[in-house]
Ligand binder design. Structure first.
Ligand SMILES: Cc1cc2nc3c(=O)[nH]c(=O)nc-3n(C[C@H](O)[C@H](O)[C@H](O)COP(=O)(O)O)c2cc1C
Length: 205
């Protein structure tokens, strides 16, 4: 079993990395493989709505997003983690998630999602909500913890002082491990839920 983590921060030794490290220790102790891809310093553009992915199943911009899609398809869970910029997830992470979820067409049903946000002071819960939207539209159960999965810190390293935030990361990781393992058993026993053919209306007709 494997969890893919997408770290939105441009700072390799920043607070988002510390939050994910805390989760990774628990997941690995639970026997779950972890792979972290940090995208925050990458030159990632946003979706241009060309819809070429509808034909090809991959993004027209052949960058880290297509690499992540292959890893995501193999994974049992996805953690998306953002430093908060202006009360929202940082733009690079959003560009990656928009293109990743829009362009990849493999079935994401029952892959477990977990959102993590990191900020000096404000915007943690709004960012957490924002990230969870990608999971909620994809049939992905959302792992939760003892609070809203946020860690405080401004300068790189300050997150180590947020004892409650780091505890949240450990709790979240334990709950995520439980869901990943439980869903694997349930898939063996019952298979994935039946899917109806999609109905797609846009309120015009
Ligand atoms: C452009 C920019 C905008 C920011 N906006 C916010 C904000 O809205 N709220 C907040 O609490 N912190 C804000 N911060 C601070 C970061 O969220 C904080 O430094 C965080 O620890 C960064 O995570 P990292 O070390 O993983 O990069 C901002 C930082 C930058 C660079």
């Amino acid at each position: 079993m494997k969890v893919l983590m997408i770290n939105g921060s441009p700072r390799a030794k920043g607070n988002t990395t510390l939050a994910l490290d805390e989760m990774a220790k628990v997941l690995e102790a639970e026997g779950i493989e972890v792979e972290v891809v940090r995208v925050g310093s990458d030159d990632v553009r946003g979706c241009i709505a060309c819809n070429s992915c509808a034909k090809t199943g991959k993004c027209v911009f052949d960058d880290v997003v297509n690499e992540l899609a292959a890893k995501f398809e193999e994974a049992d869970g996805l953690v998306a983690a953002a430093p908060v910029y202006y009360g929202s997830a940082n733009a690079t992470l959003i560009a990656v998630l928009d293109r990743l979820f829009y362009s990849s067409h493999f079935d994401k049903t029952m892959k477990v999602g977990a959102a993590v946000s990191v900020a000096r002071r404000g915007g943690l819960t709004a960012t957490w909500d924002e990230i969870n939207k990608y999971f909620g539209i994809s049939g992905m159960p959302i792992a939760s913890g003892q609070y809203w999965n946020g860690v405080h810190g401004r300068l790189p390293g300050e997150a180590t002082e947020d004892a409650e935030g780091l505890q949240q990361m450990r709790t979240l990781a334990r709950n995520m491990a439980f869901l990943v393992k439980g869903i694997a058993l349930a898939k063996d026993a019952y298979g994935l839920p039946e899917r109806e053919p999609g109905v797609f209306t846009n309120f015009v007709r």
